[in-house]
Design a binder for this molecule. Structure first.
Ligand code: HSE
Length: 439
């Protein structure tokens, strides 16, 4: 193929960390393959980075510290935004769109929290704001939801969508490693966010779930209504009890469209070890999506890391380049996949969901405490499915209970009453238990 004769697409990269640097490297490594697919080369002509030393990079690109140099450069057609955060990133992206440049971003926080402001700017200027890499790293889940499943009404989706969290839970379960020690390794491997509390407290997963729920159900982005709970309270003891009961603990993002409204929630979850999601380990992400026509489909792959995320960034660049080469100026589809959103779908409060629960209750080892707990649960219409009560020869022992389905509000009432008992010696650990049809 003669690359000389073809037009090249001019790219600017803002932010040259793990994902920006990885995207540049991928264009170099797979440049020939991309040229064959596209029929034209992609040329990085501008880079903005505060830390990059030009001497360390073999490129003709002009390098500056200021991202506005990139978005205001007349020759740049597509801007990759891999700076992260909101400030100055929001303004950098807004300016690029206003300048008529397509933007590809890996920034899930920006899309989840400010996408409702940025998508209209993209639309007004007839450019794409593409964000495949913002959810689940290398897995093309945005494409799957927005295009592959476009003929379906999506009923629910559930996924492991934070690689760092899954890596930590897997290492704790399989190698009995300590939480903090695994987190440091995840940071060294480039999986964790700049602020790793985003990973372990579920904020990163909530950003991704917010985005997926909007595309799945055709609702505006509503990050502030996504219930968010992290994994930092999960103990090796809980992982052990879950295993004894036939479950694994995974940090899931769950979105479900019900008659009462939409559920959007991120929290640790017990799932039967026989289920596909229970077997996704390490930095792996997986999203199970149920469409009313297709049934259940599973998307599995690496959810973080430079090359995997770059794979999704460059796929967006290729899509836009194809559109440009075909002479199509306007994006081929709305950013969230719906021209007319569903206005009437309200997001439910967490108290209104109904599921099964794992409870670990620290009690003083005295006669009668189990009877009192059972009676409280019964008064709240919560029935017990299984109990583990260990003889530990210690003053405080854990009672572990698996419940049948119950409404969260009633469980809250029961937990408050249980914690008020004299012989309950600490806070009750509650983990939701879910079962997803993966066939
Ligand atoms: N910190 C994120 C994760 C990176 O661990 O999944 C990918 O979004």
């Amino acid at each position: 193929m003669n690359s000389e004769s073809a037009k090249s697409i001019k790219l600017g990269i803002c932010g040259f960390g793990t994902v920006g640097g990885g995207s540049f490297a991928l264009l170099q490594t797979n440049g020939d393959e991309i040229l064959r697919r596209l029929g034209c080369s992609i040329e990085v002509c501008r880079i903005a980075s505060r830390s990059l030393n030009p001497a360390n990079l073999s490129t003709e690109a002009r390098i500056s510290a200021d991202p506005f140099d990139v978005v205001n450069a007349p020759e740049v057609e597509i801007v990759i935004e891999t700076m992260g955060g909101f400030d100055p990133t929001f303004e950098v992206v807004r300016q690029a769109l206003a300048n008529g440049k397509h933007v590809v971003t890996a920034n899930k926080a920006l899309i989840a929290e400010r996408g409702n402001e940025l998508f209209p700017v993209a639309e007004e200027n007839s450019v794409n704001l593409a964000y495949e890499s913002s959810v689940a790293g290398g897995i093309p889940i945005i494409k799957a939801l927005r295009e592959g499943l476009a003929a379906n009404r999506i009923d629910w989706l559930a996924g492991i969508i934070n690689g760092t969290g899954n890596f930590i839970l897997t290492e704790m379960a399989d190698k009995q490693r300590q939480f903090e020690d695994v987190l440091v390794e995840a940071q060294e491997l480039g999986y964790a966010e700049a602020d790793p509390t985003f990973d372990v407290e579920g904020i990163d997963a909530a950003h991704k779930l917010t985005i997926m729920a909007s595309i799945a159900f055709g609702i505006p982005l509503q990050f502030n209504k996504t219930y968010t709970e992290g994994i930092s309270q999960i103990t090796p003891e809980d992982i052990g009890f879950a295993k004894q009961l036939g479950y694994r603990i995974k940090h899931l993002g769950i979105a479900r469209c019900t008659d009462k409204g939409v559920q959007m929630r991120v929290h640790p979850t017990l799932i039967s070890r026989k289920r596909l999601l229970a077997r996704v380990d390490g930095v792996g992400n997986a999203i199970l999506v149920h469409g009313n026509a297709v049934g259940s489909t599973l998307y599995n792959g690496p959810g973080a890391g430079a090359a995997a995320t770059a794979s999704a960034v460059i796929a967006d660049v290729i899509d836009i380049a194809r559109q440009t080469l075909a002479g199509v100026r306007k994006p081929l589809q709305p950013a969230l996949g719906y021209l007319a959103m569903h206005d009437g779908l309200e997001v439910l409060n967490i108290e209104d969901i109904e599921t099964e629960y794992y409870l670990r209750i620290p009690v003083n080892d005295v006669v009668g405490v189990m009877a009192k707990i059972s009676s409280i649960l019964q008064d709240c219409d919560i029935s017990i499915e299984a109990v583990i009560q260990k003889e530990l020869n210690t003053k405080t022992v854990p009672i572990v209970i698996l419940t049948h389905r119950a409404v969260e509000k009633k469980l809250d009432t029961a937990i408050a009453a249980i914690e008020a008992l004299d012989d309950v010696s600490g806070a009750v650990m509650r983990i939701r238990v879910e079962s997803f049809d993966d066939e």
